[in-house]
Design a protein around this ligand. Structure first.
Ligand code: IMP
Length: 203
């Protein structure tokens, strides 16, 4: 049977990255739009994993086949893991990241070094044609910078300082970031799982 993968996102930037990493599977990768699915999914899970599963399962109910979805965000240890699953909604969906980033730095005033630890987390859930779920997680560890820096990337990238690189996420090229990012790691891990599954399907 010829397979196809639907990735439950409307974000074109993510789709480019996803297609690049999954191309070795030699299976067409479609966005929700390309698959003709229009759904407003309420991400009311308490964890990245729950949200990724909610999204993948909701689309799969409509389409069957193989459906992938991701959920990601920034966890700041000093803030008890905030903004976490609320990363996109933190201070309101329409608030600029310049303001969100300044606010996180302000909340860490007087906090130094390792106590500023934070990470991006990405969980990818894959629902298979028989309804089983595979999952993969990736993280990118760093510290909240003292000042935002860099113009690349998006979202919270200017404030996640990566000590190993001496740069924030927004100071990396897209290629550099894909190699070490939470999403890149989770995608490569799920690719491995899917490759194993496809291999068994084809024999
Ligand atoms: P999602 O699209 O529902 O997974 O929302 C993730 C949110 O987490 C985004 O809106 C960003 O605020 C944040 N986020 C996730 N990954 C990154 C990243 O690589 N850089 C910067 N912000 C990120």
């Amino acid at each position: 049977m010829e397979h196809r993968i639907i990735f439950a996102t409307g974000n074109e930037g993510k789709m480019r990255e996803i297609r690049e990493i999954l191309k070795e599977l030699e299976v067409p990768v479609l966005s929700m739009k390309e698959a003709g699915v229009s759904l407003d999914i309420e991400e009311d899970g308490k964890t990245f994993r729950e949200n990724a599963e909610i999204k993948a399962r909701a689309v799969w109910e409509k389409t069957g086949g193989i459906v992938l979805a991701d959920d990601s965000g920034l966890e700041v240890d000093f803030l008890g893991g905030e903004p976490g699953v609320y990363s996109a909604r933190y201070m309101g969906e329409d608030t600029s990241y310049e303001i969100k980033n300044r606010e996180i730095i302000r909340r860490l005033e007087g906090v130094n070094g390792p106590e500023r630890s934070a990470r991006f987390v990405c969980v990818i859930a894959a629902v298979l044609p028989d309804g089983r779920i595979l999952e993969a997680e990736g993280t990118m560890e760093g510290q909240i910078a003292m000042e935002p820096a860099g113009t690349g990337g998006f979202g919270y990238d200017p404030i996640l300082y990566l000590p190993e690189y001496g740069k924030t996420g927004a100071q990396l090229s897209m290629e550099e970031k894909n190699e070490i990012s939470h999403r890149g790691k989770a995608l490569r891990a799920i690719k491995g799982e899917l490759a194993g599954w496809l291999e068994r399907e084809r024999v």
